[in-house]
Ligand binder design. Structure first.
Ligand code: PLP
Length: 383
């Protein structure tokens, strides 16, 4: 074993399970940043000990500020353009009701997208009379980006993409689809839950909105989501409103509502606030490490994984071109039932996920080449 193959960019001191398991499951639930978990507990215990003495009204106003700031850096946006709530689904739902795509218009989505990316838009489309136009994947579960681009036309109101597909890890060029959408008077809304933390998510691409949860590649907790909202969409009335929606949340006058003049209008109520402190820690660590370094590290280990899977005769799904890949790798094993095979791997301490009829491996910055070799040995033994 050389030092190089043992190198973890996210150290085991912060991610202890990385040393105990072959944990290749960030696309399901990433390992949690230990300092983030401690921050959540500290906040919760302070509340248990002191109630509003530890968490007063001013603290409740300011408690999301650090997460807003960290997310702004993560998305290359300004803090005014960021809202925080409890999950990607909730924020996307609020946005979909704000946008309300008009009757007869088309919402473009891929048929391998995650339900939480598109269900909010299906719900609103059912109400308004818009409809979803599905761009279909081929037999390798790959989407042709040219076909996706060609589907966007003058009847399109919304292009709704998961920046990285949850199953195969295919990633999309946001600038390309933002430009095409805008040429036709449509908007591009993006679910970055499978992207944020493993590839750059850049608001400067012209994307109109980006929502993410924190418990996957951001190595944060369940219970937090963030959304970038472009200035244009900050003029809309969010689909979900609550007491935090008023520009002075302690106003408490129910017969008047003045929304903040920025993305904060999409923050509507209480949440498990402590999770925001945990998410801030884990995002800061990724930013300090450098997303470009994470990309390079993850690419090296996922390429090693793909080469090893190919050598073992596995069918690797998703895009052929390396440029369209993230660290997520989906594979089928000829002659093997994927459900049984995933269980066999788990028994061998290789943690991956069954998705549809394939196994999804999702190594992250706390993994090393040795993990991949251990995983490949377990696969070889099981075959
Ligand atoms: C692309 C994508 N969006 C959303 C989610 C889940 O959303 P939420 O955290 O809001 O439940 C997942 C979970 O697998 C996902 O892969």
């Amino acid at each position: 074993m050389t030092l190089d193959t043992a190198f973890r960019l996210g150290p085991a001191s912060i991610f202890p399970p990385a040393d105990r398991h072959v944990y290749l499951d960030a696309a399901s639930v990433g390992l949690s940043h230990k300092g983030g978990a401690a921050a959540i507990s500290a906040w919760q215990y302070a509340l248990a000990e002191e109630g509003t003495i530890a968490f007063d009204e001013q603290a409740e106003v300011e408690c999301l500020d650090n997460l807003n700031a960290a997310t702004a850096r993560l998305f290359n946006a300004t803090v005014d353009d960021i809202a925080v709530a409890s999950s990607e689904t909730v924020l996307m739902q609020s946005l979909a009701w704000a946008v309300m795509p008009e009757a007869g218009s088309k919402i473009i989505a891929t048929d391998i997208t995650h339900p939480s990316t598109i269900y909010p838009w299906i719900r609103v489309a059912d109400h308004t009379g818009a409809s979803v136009h599905w761009v279909r994947a081929d037999e390798t579960q790959s989407i042709d980006p040219d076909a996706l681009e060609a589907a966007i036309d003058d009847a399109t109101s919304v292009v709704c993409l998961s920046q990285v597909e949850y199953g195969t890890g295919q990633k999309y060029d946001l600038k390309r689809f933002a430009e095409k959408a805008h040429r036709h008077g449509a908007i591009l809304v993006v679910d970055a839950t499978q992207a944020a933390g493993q590839v750059p998510v850049d608001a400067a691409t012209g994307v109109d909105a980006v929502a993410t949860s924190t418990y996957k590649w951001l190595c944060g907790p369940f219970g937090t989501g963030m959304m970038y909202v472009s200035p244009k969409l900050q003029e809309l009335t969010p689909g979900i409103l609550g007491w935090r929606s008023h520009k002075d949340m302690w106003d408490f006058q129910a017969d008047r509502l003045e929304l903040p003049g920025n993305a904060k209008r999409y923050e509507f109520g209480t949440m498990a606030y402590g999770t925001a402190f945990g998410a801030t820690e884990s995002i800061r660590h990724l930013l300090e490490t450098g997303i470009d370094k994470v990309v390079a590290h993850n690419r090296r280990i996922s390429k090693h994984l793909i080469a090893g899977l190919n050598a073992l005769g596995a069918e690797v799904l998703g895009p052929k071109s390396d440029a369209d890949r993230s660290a997520t790798v989906a594979a089928r094993f000829p002659g093997k039932n994927s459900r049984d095979f995933a269980k066999t791997l788990k028994d061998a301490n290789v943690i991956a996920s069954l998705r549809r009829d394939f196994i999804r491996f999702s190594p992250h910055y706390y993994n090393n080449i040795d993990d991949i070799d251990r995983g490949l040995s377990a696969i070889e033994a099981a075959l």
